[in-house]
Structures are given as structure tokens and as C-alpha cells.
Design a protein around this ligand. Structure first.
Ligand SMILES: C[S@@+](CC[C@H](N)C(=O)[O-])C[C@H]1O[C@@H](n2cnc3c(N)ncnc32)[C@H](O)[C@@H]1O
Ligand code: SF4
Length: 348
């Protein structure tokens, strides 16, 4: 009873307040808030090649070398599969130049492109340096070199995000794909990293721990078990296997590439708007697929990354906008078929 009369009073009061704010006529439906796009994405949507500022996401390759021999990856046979490109490591003076170019605002700095980043003995120093400039820092690793000491060192340096690549959910599948890797050792390394993360960092300041797998004929039956296997300590993602944008013949046992494909007329590639890439030797590249360095952009020792972005990368963006995809890096690339077209971008 008491409750009913209170409710009636409350409803009348709310009615009075509503009338005083909106008036008593029929109420128009509230307009949804517009989705505001970052400048680079807006430029892509509008098919404009002009993007003055380096983007928010910067990929820096730490090592074009690996201690594994995964069958779906070009790195193990680098010289044969990369037109003679030789193994190399990102050196401190090169990394310092990259940091100089992005010091004007915090960005996401991903310390991986190809190869195994933990082979670079400077990796922890690079994490620390990028963190002290205010960036969000992460990398992708095969997990084989994540000892207890390395985990402590990197967490102390401020690492924000680590992705461990882990194919399948059984020893047999993992070791069939990730040649040279030990299932038990990598599982133990990832689990220990996650435990040290909880021990060293208070809740809310922890490193994001992610485990990723590739979906292929060899792993498709283990996808559910994979997610289940890591559910207690990590976020997980399963990605379709690809043939590196058409550059690599996947061994038959993997089956066909699994990336979604769009047909129709070719459109510009949004990677050149949203992300900047630097190879381990310091050469800028147009996108993550160009492991053969066909982009032929300057080295950051010759020109600042900011200037390369406004010059060489901008020239290629303009070509794409004009419908010209004939440059060496882009001519035969199929990656655009799995990427969003300008018309598919929602927002303003
Ligand atoms: C090239 S690796 C470099 C980092 C590190 N060595 C590792 O294995 O995580 C980066 C990511 O590319 C993925 N990758 C390798 N070959 C691939 C392919 N053919 N299709 C899709 N992703 C692939 C790996 O599984 C890994 O998650
Ligand atoms: S561990 Fe990474 S870089 Fe090395 S061969 Fe495997 S996928 Fe390639």
C-alpha cells in the first residue's frame, strides 16, 4: 500500500520533470550519436590520400629470423622465399629514430611484423623506451623463449599486451605445425607468464595475455578445445590461415586459405591509411604482407618515418585512390579482398 502510493507520487513527479524539460507535445525520437572516425579512417572512407599525421598503429619488426620452422610462414626459408632478403635485427639507433618520429602523441606500438621478436636481445629495452614515451606496447611471439626471467623483465618494463601464437590444442598438432617447438614447454611458458603477471601487477594494470591460433584443415577440429584450454588465463582468438596475400603456396595438408574473399572491382587498401610499418632493417614498408620489401620506400636512416608517410606512402595511397594498383608491392596482392572497402566504413 505504502509502496503503491509512493510509486504514484514518484511517477507524477517524473512526469512533471519530463514536461518541464521536453514540453507536453509528442516527443521526437532521440537521434543516435554519430560514430566519429579517426582522421585516417575518415580520409580512407572519403577516398582521400591526404593523411598528415602518422597513424595510431605502428608495427616495428624486431627480427627477421626465427628459431621455429612453421610450415605456413615464409621466415624459415627467408632467403629463398623473400627474394634474397637476409636475416636482420632491429638495431637500437634505428629504433630510436622511429620513436623520435612518433613522440608527438601516444600510439599503439606493436613490436612484431615477421620473425620471432624475442630473438632480439634489445626487446625489453625497446619496450621500456616506448613505454616511457607514453605508448601502448605489445608484441606477438611463439612463446618458446619466454623464460621466468624474461617474463619478469618485460612486465617490469611495462609491457601492455602479448600475443602467444599456439596452433591447435594437442601436442601432435602443435608440433606438426610449429616445427621446433615443444608443446609442453610453450604451454608452461605461457602459463608461468600469466601467473607472474598476476603476481607483479595489480588488477587494472596487468598486461593483456592473448593466445591465438590459425584455423586450417589441420586444426579445425581443435578450435573449441583450444579456446577451452586457455580460458582460465588468457583471451583467445582463432584466425583463418592465409597464403600471405597470394605470395606463398600453403603446404597441401593445411587445405585452402581461409580468409573471406570479396569479389568485384578492386578498391584501396586501408592498411596504408591506418598503420605504418618498419622492417627490421629500418626500411618503411606499405603493409604487413610485403615481406619481400617490394615497397622500395626509404630507410628511416635516410628520411624520417613522418616524412616517408607524407611522401612515399602518400604517393601509393593516391595511386590506389586513382585505381592504379600496379606498383610492385601491390600488383599481385589479394589482401584487399579480405579488407573493408571505403563504402563499408560506418561513421563520419
Ligand atoms: C609471422 S608470426 C611472427 C611472430 C611470432 N614468431 C609468432 O609466431 O607468433 C605473426 C603471426 O603470423 C601468423 N602466421 C604465420 N603464417 C601465417 C599464415 N600463413 N596465415 C595467417 N597467419 C600466419 C602466426 O601464427 C603469428 O600469429
Ligand atoms: S614462429 Fe612465427 S616467425 Fe617463426 S616460423 Fe613460426 S610463424 Fe614464422
Amino acid at each position: 500500500m505504502q509502496l503503491t502510493s509512493f510509486s504514484t507520487r514518484a511517477v507524477r513527479k517524473i512526469g512533471r520533470i519530463t514536461k518541464s524539460i521536453f514540453g507536453s507535445g509528442p516527443q521526437p525520437a532521440a537521434a543516435p550519436a554519430p560514430i566519429l572516425l579517426p582522421a585516417a579512417t575518415r580520409a580512407f572512407k572519403n577516398r582521400s590520400a591526404q593523411v598528415a599525421e602518422l597513424p595510431d598503429l605502428i608495427y616495428v619488426e624486431m627480427a627477421m629470423a626465427c628459431n621455429f620452422g612453421c610450415k605456413m610462414c615464409p621466415v624459415p626459408e627467408s632467403q629463398k622465399m623473400m627474394d634474397g632478403r637476409v636475416p636482420s635485427i632491429m638495431k637500437p639507433d634505428t629504433f630510436a629514430l622511429i620513436l623520435d618520429s612518433i613522440r608527438n602523441k601516444p600510439r599503439h606500438v606493436w613490436l612484431t611484423q615477421l620473425g620471432e621478436p624475442m630473438l632480439n636481445k634489445h626487446l625489453t629495452n625497446y619496450i621500456r623506451a616506448a613505454k616511457s614515451d607514453g605508448h601502448h606496447v605489445g608484441f606477438t611471439t611463439n612463446g618458446s623463449l619466454m623464460t621466468e626471467a624474461k617474463a619478469r623483465e618485460m612486465l617490469d618494463a611495462g609491457l601492455d599486451h602479448v600475443v602467444f601464437s599456439f596452433d591447435g590444442a594437442t601436442k601432435e598438432t602443435f608440433e606438426r605445425i610449429r616445427i621446433g617447438g615443444s608443446f609442453e614447454k610453450v604451454v608452461a611458458n605461457i602459463r608461468r607468464f600469466a601467473a607472474i603477471n598476476i603476481e607483479m601487477r595489480p588488477e587494472g594494470q596487468r598486461c593483456t595475455v592473448q593466445v591465438d591460433m590459425l584455423i586450417s584443415d589441420l586444426t579445425e577440429n581443435e578450435v573449441d578445445a583450444f579456446h577451452e584450454m586457455w580460458r582460465d588465463i588468457a583471451i583467445t582468438q582463432a584466425h583463418p590461415i592465409d597464403n600471405w596475400a597470394g605470395q606463398l603456396d600453403l603446404p597441401e595438408e593445411f587445405g585452402e586459405r581461409r580468409m573471406p574473399r570479396q569479389d568485384g572491382e578492386r578498391y584501396p587498401c586501408n592498411l596504408m591509411w591506418n598503420t605504418a610499418y618498419v622492417s627490421s632493417g629500418g626500411e618503411a614498408i606499405l603493409c604487413c604482407h610485403d615481406y619481400k620489401l617490394k615497397s622500395k620506400l626509404p630507410n628511416v636512416h635516410q628520411k624520417s618515418l613522418q616524412d616517408i608517410w607524407r611522401d612515399g606512402v602518400q604517393t601509393e595511397r593516391a595511386r590506389h585512390v586513382a585505381g592504379d594498383f600496379s606498383s610492385a608491392a601491390c600488383a599481385n596482392c589479394q589482401a584487399w579482398r579480405s579488407l573493408q572497402s571505403p563504402e563499408q566504413i560506418i561513421g563520419q
